[in-house]
Design a protein around this ligand. Structure first.
Ligand code: SF4
Ligand code: SF4
Length: 387
C-alpha cells in the first residue's frame, strides 16, 4: 500500500488561497474521482466551539469552496456542514460565531446542520465496540466528502486531525453516547477507528485538506490550547498517512503515541508507514525544520482524562430537548423526525418528550421551525439514566 501527500508552505496568510490550490493540484491527477461529476460535495470542517482558534479556519474553508466553484462545480452541488459535540448547540451556531456563516452567504453556498434531517442507522459488522450507530444524513447522502481538519492536541485522544475529524459525522449529543462505549483511552481509540472504518468503506471518494497553518498544542487542546504557526497545508486521500505525516513534522513518533492511529494502522485502514508515503511539493524534512516540536499531552494525562470523560463527564453533560410551550404551534414535525420515536404527539396537543431512549441527536431541535425546542444538560441525573 502507498499514497501521496502534498505539503505546501504558506509564507504569509495572504497566500493561503494559492497554497491550498497548489496543495490540491499536486495530488489531483491521482484522485479516484472527478469533482465535476458529482451531484453532492460535502465540506466537513471541524466546528467544535465558538472559539475560532479551535475550529478549521473559515477562510481555509472558503478557499477550498472557491476552488471547487472555479472548477465549474455548481454552487448547489456544494454544501458545508458539521455537528459539534457536547459543548455547543449546532454547527450553524458555531459557523455564525466564527464568521463562516457570512462566508457561505458571500460565496453563495449552503451551510447545513448535520442534525437538520433524520440520521441514518448504520451497522459495522466487524466493529470492536460500535456495532451500530447513526450517521448524519448529509454525510450519508454526499458522493464526495472533503475533510477539512485542523491539527490540534486533544486531552484525551492525544491529537485530533484527519481521522478524528470524522467523529463529527455522528449527529449531536449522540457522539457522547457512543463515547461511553470506550471506557479508557485505548478503547475510545477503537471507537474512533470503528467510525473511521465506516467512512473508509462507505465513502470511497474522499479528499482531506489539512489545516496546519496555525496549530493548537498543549494540554488544553482541542479547545483552549496554545496556538503555534507551522505555516503549512497538507492534502491527500489517506487520512492515516496525513496524521502520521503531521506528527512527523512535529517531531513525534505517531502510531504508538495515539490510540486511534495505532488501531487504524492495525486494521489496515490506511498507510501508517512514512516510507510508504510519497511527498509532493515541499519535502517532509524541510517541513519538519519549519515546525517546532509538537507539544502533545502526556500519556498519563490522556488516560486520566479518558477515565473521567468515559465514566462521568459525558453522562452529566448529556443534552436533552426541552419544550417551550409559548413558541410551540403543535405541528407535530418533531415527532415525525425523531429516529427513536420517543416524542409522543397527538393532534391539538403539545408533544411530550420521552427521556428513556432519547439518544440526544437533537434532530427534533433542528427540525422545529418555530424554535420551540431548547436544550439543557441532563445533569447529575444523567449518571443514573440507562439510556
Ligand atoms: S416541531 Fe416545534 S412547533 Fe412543531 S410540535 Fe414540535 S416543538 Fe411544537
Ligand atoms: S427526542 Fe431525543 S432522540 Fe428524539 S430527535 Fe430529539 S434528541 Fe433525538
Amino acid at each position: 500500500m502507498s499514497t501521496e501527500i502534498s505539503i505546501v508552505n504558506v509564507s504569509d496568510w495572504g497566500s493561503i488561497e494559492e497554497a491550498v490550490v497548489q496543495a490540491i493540484r499536486l495530488i489531483e491527477d491521482d484522485l479516484p474521482f472527478d469533482f465535476n461529476r458529482s451531484n453532492y460535495i460535502l465540506l466537513k470542517p471541524n466546528l467544535i466551539s465558538k472559539n475560532k482558534n479551535a475550529c478549521t479556519q473559515p477562510e481555509f474553508v472558503e478557499v477550498v469552496a472557491k476552488y471547487l466553484k472555479d472548477k465549474g462545480v455548481p454552487a448547489n452541488s456544494i454544501k458545508i456542514g458539521d455537528s459539534p459535540g457536547q459543548t455547543q448547540k449546532t454547527g450553524s451556531y458555531v459557523a455564525r460565531e466564527i464568521g463562516l456563516w457570512d462566508i457561505c452567504k458571500k460565496i453563495g453556498l449552503q451551510f447545513i446542520d448535520f442534525e437538520s434531517e433524520q440520521p441514518v442507522k448504520e451497522f459495522i459488522e466487524d466493529a470492536a465496540f460500535m456495532k451500530d450507530f447513526y450517521v448524519s444524513k448529509p454525510v450519508s447522502d454526499c458522493d464526495i466528502l472533503i475533510n477539512l481538519p485542523r491539527l490540534k492536541t486533544h486531552a484525551e485522544t492525544v491529537i485530533t486531525g484527519a481521522i478524528k475529524n470524522y467523529y463529527g459525522i455522528i449527529p449531536g449529543g449522540l457522539k457522547a453516547k457512543k463515547h461511553l462505549l470506550g471506557k479508557n483511552a485505548n478503547e475510545f481509540g477503537s471507537v474512533i477507528a470503528d467510525n473511521f472504518s465506516w467512512v473508509v468503506r462507505n465513502k470511497p471518494k474522499r479528499l482531506t485538506v489539512f489545516d496546519l497553518h496555525t496549530i493548537m498544542e498543549g494540554p488544553k487542546g482541542p479547545v483552549a490550547g496554545a496556538m503555534v504557526n507551522w505555516n503549512l497545508v497538507l492534502a491527500g486521500t489517506d487520512e492515516l498517512a496525513l496524521d502520521i505525516a503531521a506528527l512527523e513534522i512535529g517531531s513525534r513518533n505517531g502510531i504508538r503515541d495515539v490510540p486511534h492511529l495505532n488501531e487504524s494502522f492495525q486494521r489496515g485502514l490506511g498507510v501508517g508507514l512514512l516510507e510508504e508515503i510519497e511527498f509532493k511539493g515541499m519535502s517532509i524534512a524541510d517541513a519538519k525544520k519549519q515546525a517546532k516540536k509538537f507539544n502533545i499531552p502526556s500519556d498519563l494525562m490522556s488516560r486520566g482524562v479518558s477515565v473521567i470523560t468515559s465514566n462521568f463527564a459525558y453522562k452529566v453533560m448529556k443534552k436533552i430537548p426541552v419544550l417551550n410551550r409559548n413558541l410551540c404551534t403543535q405541528c407535530g414535525e418533531c415527532s415525525e423526525v425523531c429516529p427513536k420515536k420517543v416524542i409522543t404527539f397527538s393532534k391539538g396537543q403539545y408533544p411530550v418528550f420521552g427521556r428513556k431512549g432519547c439518544i440526544s441527536c437533537l434532530c427534533c431541535m433542528e427540525t422545529c421551525a418555530y424554535k420551540a425546542i431548547g436544550i439543557k444538560r441532563r445533569g447529575v441525573a444523567g449518571l443514573f439514566d440507562p439510556s
